[in-house]
Design a protein around this ligand. Structure first.
Ligand code: CMX
Length: 439
């Protein structure tokens, strides 16, 4: 058994027994009540799921196993000479709850290289897709096409015991994450670079090798990818991509089915596709205004026009957060450190000053602040990755780490099929009619 799997096994056995004891003693305790508004309003804030890998605080933002992004930037191992955390380290932390050593992270980089072989039929399947198929469609289908390799499905069909589910899921998780950069880079190169593919460089870490296979050779782009893949990895369990992965997985669908489901949720414009929408919106604004250096007053006017047209301002707002997203701030800090004077980044920063008061003025937007998607496009454009429709795939490669680490936990803790109760409008009206009249 590999050292990470062994560590996970020990932790999982301990938490499994702890959880059984907790359920025996406290099953009937209530942690929440659901309002009519929450039922009709996308279940905001309803505490109904356990998610080990990260937790989101509305004011403070995301913490991965208790660590904030600035803390992780200091604590997680780096590539030689690099300043950004290695995403492998975050996966390790999410999976076993311990900050890994450099040696442990180096082992994981090598292990993912070892497991990174993509089945040939995945590339053949992609080649059959029209070139203008959205990269997220290609990505989700490519993940699904690799389901033929699922260790979980194979062992399930052979009669695996429930106690081994976590083991097979760990194998699928490691294989799948290892293969994603190659798959994503293949989609990128076939869609935008005439199928001129770049072979992996096995001397590189997971994020840097991805940057290399995309074909963007600026050394700072490798650093950006390491940071990007770290900060997008998880956002507790209720967000749409995480929750979709979790829901599909709860049927004992394997990691491939589950992640593909999660990616389909990430592809929506209110979720991961917002990173593509932000940069499209910025460039449209620059075109309409006829300048690369718009004033704050010009941006303000364009924001108002967007709202008047009945559209949202992409990259702003959040279902849970009520402050600027620390993932936005981390990207801003990266830009301040690595990039001197970029028009497009200046526009993003000016928008940060202009958009929140306008959204606040609408009186209905609960969070007027930028989210993770407000900044990423400008950084990617700076390094020459200007194919906007690919951006959500980058998000997806990172998100796989959080949702699949959690899938291992869901299997280890024996979480059952997810099946919340729904009611009809008629039921709601009858329920209300039975309530005592207030006042
Ligand atoms: N621009 C304009 N209006 C906005 C807005 C924005 N950025 N954010 C919220 N609103 C509006 C909502 O559309 C809603 O209007 P209606 O009542 O007319 O339907 C109202 O304000 C209240 O919404 P909310 O409670 O503040 O926000 P929700 O929890 O319903 O939605 C989110 C959250 C992210 C979908 C929303 O803020 C949004 O659409 N933002 C733009 C898209 C975006 O950036 N998504 C990416 C989020 C991060 C990620 O998942 O990647």
């Amino acid at each position: 058994m590999d050292p990470l799997k062994l560590k996970f096994k020990e932790k999982a056995e301990a938490l499994f027994h702890e959880t059984r004891a907790l359920l025996k003693e406290h099953s009937a305790k209530k942690v929440d009540e659901v309002t009519i508004k929450q039922m009709y309003g996308g279940m905001r804030g309803v505490k109904s799921m356990v998610w080990e890998t990260s937790q989101l605080d509305a004011q403070e933002g995301i913490r991965f196993r208790g660590y904030s992004i600035p803390e992780l930037k200091k604590l997680l191992p780096k590539a030689p000479g690099g300043k950004e955390p290695l995403p492998e380290g975050l996966f390790y932390l999410m999976l076993v709850g311990e900050v890994p050593t450099q040696k442990e992270v180096n082992w994981l980089s090598g292990e993912w290289q070892r497991r990174s072989n993509v089945p040939r039929h995945t590339f053949a399947m992609l080649e059959k897709m029209p070139l203008d198929t959205h990269p997220m469609t290609q990505f989700s289908m490519a993940i699904l096409s690799m389901q033929t390799e699922s260790v979980f499905s194979q062992r399930y069909s052979e009669g695996m015991s429930k106690s081994e589910y976590w083991d097979a899921t760990y194998e699928d998780t490691m294989n799948l994450i290892a293969r994603l950069p190659r798959v994503a880079a293949y989609i990128y190169r076939r869609t935008y670079k005439n199928g001129n593919h770049i072979e992996p460089d096995i001397s590189l870490d997971w994020g840097a090798n991805f940057a290399h296979m995309l074909g963007i050779e600026h050394p700072d782009f490798k650093s950006l990818m390491r940071l990007y893949l770290t900060i997008h990895a998880d956002h507790e369990g209720g967000n749409a991509s995480a929750h979709s992965t979790h829901l599909v997985g709860s049927t004992l669908s394997d990691a491939y089915f589950s992640l593909s489901g999660g990616m389909n949720a990430l592809a929506g414009p209110l979720h991961g596709l917002a990173n593509q929408e932000v940069i499209k919106w910025v460039f449209k604004m620059l075109d309409v205004l006829g300048t690369r250096k718009p004033s704050k007053a010009q941006i303000s006017e364009y924001v108002q026009k967007t709202l008047d047209a009945g559209k949202v301002i992409p990259g702003y707002g959040h279902a849970v957060l009520r402050q600027p997203d620390p993932r936005f701030t981390a990207q801003r800090k990266f830009a301040e450190e690595y990039i001197k004077d970029s028009d497009i980044i200046n526009v993003v920063w000016k928008a940060f000053d202009v958009v929140p008061p306008i959204l606040q003025g609408l009186g209905k937007v609960k969070n007027p602040w930028p989210n993770v998607d407000a900044h990423s496009g400008a950084l990617l454009v700076h390094y020459g990755l200007t194919d906007f429709s690919f951006y959500t795939v980058l998000f997806g490669v990172s998100r796989a780490m959080g949702v699949l680490a959690q899938l291992c936990w869901s299997r280890a803790l024996g979480f059952p099929l997810e099946r919340p109760k729904s009611v009809t409008s008629k039921w709601v009206n009858e329920f209300l009619a039975q309530q005592p009249v207030e006042g």
